[in-house]
Design a protein around this ligand. Structure first.
Ligand SMILES: Cc1ncc(C[n+]2csc(CCOP(=O)(O)OP(=O)(O)O)c2C)c(N)n1
Length: 665
């Protein structure tokens, strides 16, 4: 590999033989795969046939320390970076011994030791991640870049534009590499992309955009080398590599919709043929030497493929698969029993935890809209930037997906990221990165992802359908995310510390109404509280209310009322975390009360209450003297007018009658 600063004159000073072999490796592997497909011995293959110069040339031109984020047609990146071929073949064949243990397919994995971060299926989703990697490189002042691939079709996704913009406003060392192969599945590029040159998009983001002949290996190498130099010193750059997909989107789908002339025209531009001719004509490598290289490779790949096909099928157990979802987290350190306490507001407890974590660990990075000088919409980070600097307390553009994806990039580089949603409602615009990228990564390829998403949420303040939602069920339903909803200042501080130390993605929901209305005694020392341990907020004997967040305060008020008015003693269990959640404490409570009511502010259908009711219906069935009751919001978007929200929508209004029915049953 050329060193980053060496100025290699292609092709004379490089190891021509090694380069030629690198270019041939993906070609020969492809040829074998295509044969296996025809023989019905493998099921699916996304071909990069005819596009190899881009993957191979890029991997050659970059330094091994540079990150590459390749896509589905970039086998040549993996082979050129020297990835273990036996494991790679097992991965490609879905056999035991691959990189994902059968948890994902083909190139959907990362190899941090090779600085390769593979894709997820969602087009363009890795581009914001490349920004986070670039951010980490800048933060540590390293001499590296991140180079992220994207197809022409993928460039129309929001993530592409969010990433280019973010890289530009933050001057990140990122090379965006668009592989324009003429089609996005069956749709010709000109039907999907308005300008002739995708590289023109660069101007809109104030970065250079170069068009490169993607079938010319040496042009690719030159461009990538120059782009790398630019990215390191001046910031991001966009390369559009023009090429063509001469085979089907994936092998089974064929090319019936592609005009034959186009395929013929581009077959004449085949990158392997071009290099072969060039090297022969320049006298750099003799024809028979090239043939010998090919023969050796064919026999090696043939043997390897047959060996991989003979490997055992992937096996596992449900326990092992469940265990793989989350990375092991450190043990929490609860406060000492005689800890000094101070009366603290909910919001201040959150601020305290965040501040302490950032002061102690200069790797923790905070990102969000208006969180720097302005201090955030709710002022949680007021004063942070002045003390900690703008590299660590970063205002982002309005890009939820982009910011969460960047957080993932930071986390891959061991920089814990905290991303603040201005309102939890806007996480819908960051949904893809949250549920597809953050949530699946550890399970698929074992990479811990310490990203905490802070999300001010909840209603009761007349803020209407887009500033009031309680969307915890979306995320509790997504394996791979932890979901935390504190109700008290003490829990908010302790659980946030736990979240920040957890090497897994955590959704930390902060109820806006509690920020300044709830106070409580909070240990002044630093402590963290376990996830998955509910808290009995009030002891009782006549019925149990299981709830979380603002519901805890509703339940406690109702318990007071019932005690005074009817002499009934309600037990209130505060779940505190929904993933994981504490079934045992709830069951335990039922042994005393034999009646269960589940309460939440979120809407009823498929809300978390349904989960609690179903589980307790099973593990607590024999303890129940009455049907489990559920109190939740009406299935409506949150109405704007206060009377509609309070009297029709809100769960709070239905709590008392339901408690009384339950007690009377
Ligand atoms: C977000 C998203 N939407 C739809 C798809 C389904 N899909 C898979 S590949 C593909 C075409 C991708 O085209 P392009 O980005 O040009 O890459 P190419 O396959 O041509 O290399 C589509 C639509 C997807 N993977 N991701």
């Amino acid at each position: 590999m050329p060193s980053p600063d060496s100025s290699v004159d292609v092709p004379s000073e490089i190891d021509v033989r090694a380069l030629y072999e690198s270019l041939l490796v993906p070609r020969v592997i492809e040829e074998k795969m295509l044969t296996l497909i025809r023989q019905g011995r493998i099921a699916k293959w996304f071909s990069g046939y005819g596009q190899e110069a881009i993957a191979v040339g890029t991997a050659w031109a970059l330094d091994d320390r540079d990150y590459i984020l390749p896509m589905h047609r970039n086998l040549g990146v993996w082979t050129t970076r020297g990835v273990d071929r036996e494991r790679l073949f097992c991965q490609l064949m879905g056999k035991s011994g691959g990189f994902t243990n059968g948890r994902d397919r083909t190139f959907h994995f990362g190899l941090p030791e090779k600085n390769l971060i593979g894709m997820i299926s969602h087009m363009a989703a890795m581009l914001p991640v490349a920004c986070g990697l670039g951010q980490a490189i800048r933060y540590r002042d390293e001499n590296r870049v991140a180079c992220a691939f994207c197809g022409d079709g993928g460039t129309r996704e929001g993530d592409f534009h969010e990433a280019l913009n973010l890289a530009s406003v933050w001057d990140l060392p990122v090379v965006f590499l668009v592989e324009n192969n003429g089609y996005g599945l069956s749709t010709p590029t000109e039907e999907a992309v308005a300008p002739n040159d995708i590289a023109d998009a660069a101007a809109g983001y104030d970065m250079p955009g170069w068009v490169v002949d993607g079938n010319d290996l040496f042009a690719v190498m030159d461009a990538v080398r120059d782009a790398r130099a630019h990215a390191r010193t001046e910031g991001p750059i966009l390369l559009e590599m023009k090429t063509f997909r001469v085979r089907g989107h994936e092998e089974a789908s064929g090319t019936a919709y592609v005009p034959d002339e186009l395929i013929a025209e581009w077959t004449d531009e085949d990158p392997v043929e071009r290099v072969t001719a060039e090297l022969r004509d320049e006298g750099l490598l003799a024809g028979d030497a090239m043939e010998a290289i090919r023969d050796d490779l064919e026999s090696e790949i043939d043997t390897l493929a047959e060996w991989a096909l003979d490997q055992p099928e992937v096996t596992s157990t449900p326990e092992a698969e469940r265990d793989a979802v989350f990375a092991p987290a450190p043990e929490p350190t609860p406060p000492s029993p005689d800890a000094e306490t101070a009366e603290t507001r909910f919001i201040d407890a959150i601020q305290e935890a965040l501040w302490a974590a950032m002061e102690q660990d200069e790797d923790v990075i905070l990102m969000g809209q208006d969180i720097a000088e302005y201090g955030g919409a709710f002022k949680v980070t007021d004063g942070f930037v002045e003390e900690l600097g703008e590299e660590r307390v970063r205002n982002t553009p309005i890009i939820e997906d982009g910011a969460i994806g960047a957080g993932m990039g930071l986390a891959i580089e061991d920089l814990p990221a905290v991303v603040e949603m201005q309102y939890a409602d806007f996480i819908s615009c960051g949904f893809n990165q949250t549920v597809n990228n953050l949530a699946t990564t550890h399970y698929r390829w074992g990479q811990p992802v310490n990203v905490t998403i802070r999300a001010p949420f909840g209603g009761g303040i007349g803020a209407g359908p887009f500033h009031s939602q309680s969307r915890e069920a979306w995320f509790a339903h997504t394996p791979g995310l932890k979901v935390v909803i504190p109700a008290t200042p003490r829990d908010a501080k302790g659980l946030l510390h736990t979240a920040l130390a957890d090497p897994n993605p955590v959704l930390f929901f902060e109820h806006k109404k509690l920020y300044r209305s709830v106070r409580g005694e909070v240990p002044t020392e630093e402590y963290s509280l376990p996830f998955g341990e509910a808290r009995v907020a009030r002891m009782g004997t006549d019925a149990t209310i299981v709830t979380y967040g603002v519901g805890v305060h509703w339940a406690l008020a109702e318990a007071e009322h019932q005690a005074e008015a009817n002499g009934a003693e309600l037990e209130v269990v505060d779940l505190r975390t929904l993933v994981p959640w504490d079934r045992e404490t709830v069951r335990e409570s039922l042994t005393k009360t034999n009646r269960l009511l589940v309460l939440h502010e979120a809407t009823r259908t498929a809300g978390f209450g349904a989960e609690v009711a179903a589980e307790l219906g099973k593990i607590g069935f024999k303890l129940l003297d009455a049907p489990i009751r559920r109190v939740a919001a009406e299935d409506l978007p949150v109405p704007n007018a206060k009377p509609l929200e309070d009297e029709i929508f809100s769960a709070e209004a239905r709590l008392r009658p339901t408690v009384e029915e339950l007690l009377a049953f």
